[in-house]
Write a protein that binds this ligand. Sequence first.
Ligand code: ADP
Ligand code: MG
Length: 705
Amino acid sequence: MPLNMFSKVEEIKGVGPKTREIMEKSGITTVRDLLYYLPRTYENFTNTTSLSEIKPGKVVVRGKISDLHIVRSKRKNFTITEGVIRDNTDAIRVVWFNQPYRVKQFDSKKDYYFTGDYTYSHGRYQLTAPRAELAPDTEKQVTESGSFKPIYSVKGSFKSENFKKIFETLRPDFATIPDLLPESESSPDFVKPGARADALFKAHFAEDDKEVKEARNYLAYEELFELILAANLNKKENQKLRAPIIPFEAEKIKQVVEKLPFELTNAQRKACFEIFKDLEKNLPMNRLLQGDVGSGKTAVAALAAYSAIIAGYQVAFLAPTAILATQHAESLNDLLAPLGISVALLTGGMKQKKALKQRIKDGGVDLVVGTHALITDDTEFDRLALCIIDEQHRFGVKQRQQLLAKTVQKSMNDGLDDSNPTINQKPLAPHLLMMTATPIPRSLQLAIFGDLDVSVLDELPKGRQPVETKIIKELEFTDELYPKVREYLASGQQVYWICRNIEENTRSETVSVKKQTEKLKKVFKDHNVTFLHGRMKPEEKDKIMSEFANGKIDILVSTTVVEVGVNVPNANLMVIMDADGYGLAQLHQLRGRVGRGKNSAICYLVSPNDIEPARRLKILEKSNDGFYLAEADLKLRGPGEIYGSLQHGVMSLQFASLTNTRLISAASAEAKKAADEFSKTPELLEKYPELSFSIKKYQQLTTLN
Ligand code: ADP
Ligand code: MG
């Protein structure tokens, strides 16, 4: 009997109600979930370092421990356990924190393996909080007793050892794990019958690094295959919907473009053209407009909106925050109101919302600007044909359905096609344009956005100067920073001052918005220094932001609420306190708030007085190019980091590294073929229950239908 991947964990021998409960809390409910709960790392006792050759970093040493004692710390409820580890070459210091039991744990005559970080701290080297494991007596036994050990992350009271025990129980069943991927002649060699069972077995019972690598390679491929297959099937799903046809009125668009206060960049023209082409079809557009900060995405969106509106439709424009929605409403109104288009702002806190909603429903408003909440609330449209979503590159299945519900299908003739009667049966859906400033390396676009068409603004408007970027220490404020700030203020320009925290916080030494504001009020007495943070009421935030935009505030001390999208071209100096604490992508976004006009701009990254600045700060000093920085970030920290915070965990790959372009292209070639097969013969997918399960899971996250 093959192992039933969907059966519940409690059906495994030795898993009782308590274990089940702990596992459920960490998202493990089925056998499948459990098998894919892979070791966090492996202890490798075959490669121990002798103490005379030890270097700082991760180490495994073998030795005897002595002189164990507890040192009382000055801090309450905090203990340090110290000792000495010796082998026949040398001795080192070892410490554990808040683990007083360690004093009694060891037999001073026996050898143990210690795995941990050898670090320099408080003036000396030490092995800090290592894991310890009794070593077998002879070298022969080392290999027999498993010198290569999986370590699982702790889940609640469930330790690595508990996981090991369960997998030991399951060991004989691993061979019966069913295959998951469809095979074709062109599949990579490692996709063959039994490959999955083999990979999972190796992941849990690896005997060396090579096996771990093989296991992970297969599992990464499987993961990418599922993701890309889901994306491709999404694309096909999207084709089951019908969208209103928005004809491209070249003359009218040209007239508007000529009236713009600037000349469009070539990249903007190209993106507009790609969008107009999509809008002319009776299939819903599903396009991502990607452009570095300041590349002018709003103008492109405005032209797309204009095109839909002159065709008689309504457009929704969604921004991530109320501040941004307000700003967008203003700038879109500036652009479009002179053309006779009515623009309305709809945010949570506003008065007379009911009346406005009625007008939207009656079709009295052409363009509605609001926060993302606009699609989840009860706002109804008369003839919604285009939805523009700023600073979000994923739109879940639920959101799309909510949009569908808003498209009152009053005009059933929209998008009808006389020559193609089948299309006339399809449900009517609006076109979607998503915009993001997150630079996604080209190597990743296919993997992440296989279901989207992408337009890229890879060119900044003419005359834009790169933002000069400088790392600075607080010690240099008086001599260097303050004079520079005075210079900018004297020329009538404004300043952003970014701090991590809102208030002083005992646990961290970072500067708070409130403290910094008090300080700057003293330093720049004749200027208006005001603070802004995310916990203020929306109306209050809007008021401060518009005062800043109108030049009434000189220095805006703020948390990262100004990070996305805010556009105040007169603000050209930015100071980022505790810059070491932010990721590269986030710093680039923040920096993108300055240098949005014709004036030269400067950004100071404040790094602590006594330490070497982080490498990413130095990279930022050198480059303003979002794509270059994204690649650099990918190398420095891996993809999870870049996208983690920006995508709110929407896109978390467990095994695959998005830097592995070879594996991505192999998986995507195969997944595309499979998508064709499955959409031709949907029953075929029933033969792959796990694959359909994963596809549904990914579609929840990534689909646009
Ligand atoms: P982002 O892509 O970051 O959303 P915006 O759309 O906010 O950028 O544009 C940034 C600034 O550049 C705005 O002040 C906008 O008016 C201006 N801008 C947009 N396109 C051009 C252009 N082609 N030439 C000059 N300035 C432009
Ligand atoms: Mg923007």
